[in-house]
Design a protein. Structure first.
Length: 241
């Protein structure tokens, strides 16, 4: 039986007893059927990961008693996802999988073809937290509020940003990313793709490169995950031996 992991934003140190959230109490007690004395692990990016036990558990509250540190803090790769706001289920899935793939930040953007114009940052952060707990990463990606695409590009810090442009005759992503290093970002449009003017505006910026993901037209959520996987393999922590 695997040891559950719980993200705690409080300072972590050996011997400390730290309260958990009502959601963690529900998950441990009702979903996982754990109880006081059972082993867990707790973590955050500032302090690392610690062995712990459940010190107290009720329906809506819990506490953890921390033991030895299992992992020291470690930085995540600075890989960012900029994604057009998708319908709820699709965006939830993208956030979960992007977290598993190690992204540091997710920037939802609105475009002319998006059918949703805002996101619930708190709900998406909860999804990312659960994915971080399952995937054994130490941090949770920052989920930004949605902004128009041009505003996100105007505020970008100049790191390389690759955009999926399947109908532009762009170079395959493996060719276009030769020698790429982090930090970098991956930009994916809505279902139906970007309008021509939007893509023209994006690619006029010196930090944006249009790339292709092969001969097939992918759904937006598929393109998001596929591109992140390629970037992790070529420039991220998958490339570290």
């Amino acid at each position: 039986m695997s040891t559950p992991r719980s993200y705690l934003d409080a300072p972590l140190s050996e011997g400390a007893e730290i309260p958990g959230t009502p959601a963690q109490a529900h998950h441990l007690g009702t979903v996982l059927r754990r109880g006081p004395g059972d082993a867990v692990a707790v973590f955050n990016p500032r302090d690392g990961e610690f062995a712990a036990t459940i010190a107290a558990l009720r329906k809506d509250r819990c506490a953890f008693r921390l033991g030895e540190r299992l992992r020291a803090p470690a930085s995540e790769p600075d890989l960012r996802l900029v994604v057009a706001v998708l319908k709820r289920d699709a965006l939830d899935w993208v956030v979960e999988k992007a977290t598993e793939l190690g992204v540091s930040a997710i920037h939802p953007v609105t475009t002319r073809r998006t059918v949703v114009d805002r996101v619930n940052v708190e709900r998406l952060t909860t999804i990312a937290r659960g994915a971080a707990e399952q995937s054994e990463r130490l941090s949770i990606p920052v989920i930004h509020a949605s902004v128009p695409l041009h505003a996100a590009l105007d505020a970008w810090d100049g790191a390389p940003l690759l955009v999926a442009a399947e109908r532009r005759g762009a170079l395959p992503i493996g060719h276009a990313t030769h020698g790429l290093r982090l930090p970098c970002g991956w930009l994916v449009g809505p279902e139906g793709g970007f309008e021509g003017g939007e893509l023209d505006d994006a690619t006029r910026r010196p930090f944006v490169t249009a790339v292709a993901l092969g001969p097939r037209i992918l759904r937006a959520e598929t393109a998001a995950v596929a591109g992140l996987a390629v970037l992790q393999a070529l420039a991220g922590d998958w490339a570290v031996t």
